[in-house]
Write a protein that binds this ligand. Structure first.
Ligand SMILES: Nc1ncnc2c1ncn2[C@@H]1O[C@H](COP(=O)(O)OP(=O)(O)OP(=O)(O)O)[C@@H](O)[C@H]1O
Length: 363
């Protein structure tokens, strides 16, 4: 049985903010809500938390309809970007706050607060004022405070939004580890795709109030189901294609053979082809030729980024593709011709959609 079940939830202000959203969440699962600013992520969280009431739709916990239950009776935890700690109180008092609100006996408040501080790695800091802490330490206090009352569901809204990149990456690992150790069921809101892929068991991509795709991170990355999802994940190599009779797809690059096609497709069907940036290698001219000839183009940009060269390749006047080529060997320089073998498993096919603008050749 799922812990949380959201059915056809909708809320409009001037415009629809959440527009018919349904999903379920299993006990112990971390779901990331991923989408651009204004797509309705916070509104959806607030509807689930009971801080807003929906125009239509239902929210169930363990099969019990809680749509009209007030927020304080839901036993949900919230951790927002502006984490609203009490600045002049100690770490201990901040974490103990929710337990005291529940009127637990003093001895239990102490034991549970101390246990939670240990779990988030703040044991020695209980008596410090939060005003003296670093951003990362404060974030852990906020996490401990929202977890201490043992919420049935924890909701985190851009919890790392205000922090610098290196700290975000470290805290993300920490938060993920803590949530998994405590088997916390959580909804984590972010607009950052790498954050979502790193922390989620499943990612729900949201666009204009609707869920476009809900899948585990690997599935989402390998098989985006819409151009919106592909673009939001940062994929830039999008080509218009037409399914040929032999399982190939005709594109401006010639006929490509992806390792998998969506079910139910017919020759002549129009598709978009996503070429993931890690899916190309400089063709080895000394090796026996592969059955599929390499694609060729002219290098127009080349940026070294440690593990790879981010290389822009003009295939035609209208089509430039970007690949992350492994940096063990330097790819040809700007202006030179390059031949690339494309990996069939790094091609994703989106049925029925055509990227805009379309390459001239395929019109
Ligand atoms: N209380 C409100 N009154 C009127 N409009 C609102 C209200 N809350 C949200 N909206 C509108 O609903 C839409 C969705 O907002 P929401 O904050 O849920 O998006 P979001 O995806 O969380 O964005 P962000 O990532 O920028 O926080 C926006 O157009 C927003 O302006």
């Amino acid at each position: 049985m799922p812990l949380l079940c959201v059915e056809n939830l909708a809320k409009a202000y001037d415009q629809p903010a959440v527009d018919g959203v349904s999903f379920i969440l299993a006990e112990g699962e971390i779901l990331c809500l991923l989408g651009p600013s204004g797509c309705g992520k916070t509104t959806l969280l607030r509807l689930i938390a009971g801080l807003e009431s929906p125009d239509t739709g239902l929210v169930f916990i363990n099969d019990q309809n809680i749509t009209t239950v007030p927020p304080h009776r839901r036993n949900f935890g919230l951790m927002f970007q502006e984490f609203a700690l009490f600045p002049h109180k100690s770490v201990f008092d901040n974490v103990a706050f929710g337990l005291e609100m529940k009127r637990l006996p003093v001895s239990q408040v102490r034991t549970r607060t101390e246990a939670m501080l240990e779990r988030v790695g703040l044991t020695g800091m209980a008596r410090r004022s939060v005003a003296e802490l670093s951003g990362g330490e404060r974030q852990r206090v906020a996490l401990a405070r929202s977890l201490a009352p043992q919420p049935r569901l924890l909701m985190l809204d851009e919890p790392l939004g205000a922090l610098d990149r290196a700290l975000r990456e470290r805290l993300l690992m920490d938060i993920h580890g803590i949530l998994k150790r405590l088997e916390t069921t959580a909804i984590f809101v972010t607009h950052d795709q790498s954050e979502a892929l790193a922390v989620a068991d499943r990612v729900a991509v949201m666009n204009a109030g609707r869920l476009e795709q809900v899948d585990p991170p690997e599935t989402l990355y390998r098989h985006p189901q819409s151009l919106f999802v592909a673009r939001f994940l940062g994929f830039e190599n999008l080509l218009a294609g037409t399914l040929a009779g032999d399982g190939g797809i005709d594109t401006v690059l010639g006929r490509l053979y992806p390792s998998a096609l969506p079910a139910g497709m017919q020759p002549g069907d129009r598709v978009s082809v996503v070429l993931r940036p890690e899916g190309a290698r400089v063709a080895d001219r000394s090796a026996p030729p592969l059955p599929i000839p390499p694609i060729t183009g002219r290098v127009v940009s080349r940026i070294f980024s440690g593990q790879s060269y981010r290389t822009g390749i003009a295939i035609t006047d209208e089509t430039t593709l970007t690949f992350h080529l492994p940096s063990e060997t330097s790819p040809p320089g700007i202006g030179e011709t390059i031949a690339l073998d494309l990996s069939p498993s790094a091609m994703a096919i989106i049925p029925g959609a055509r990227p805009h603008p379309q390459p001239k050749e395929s019109k």
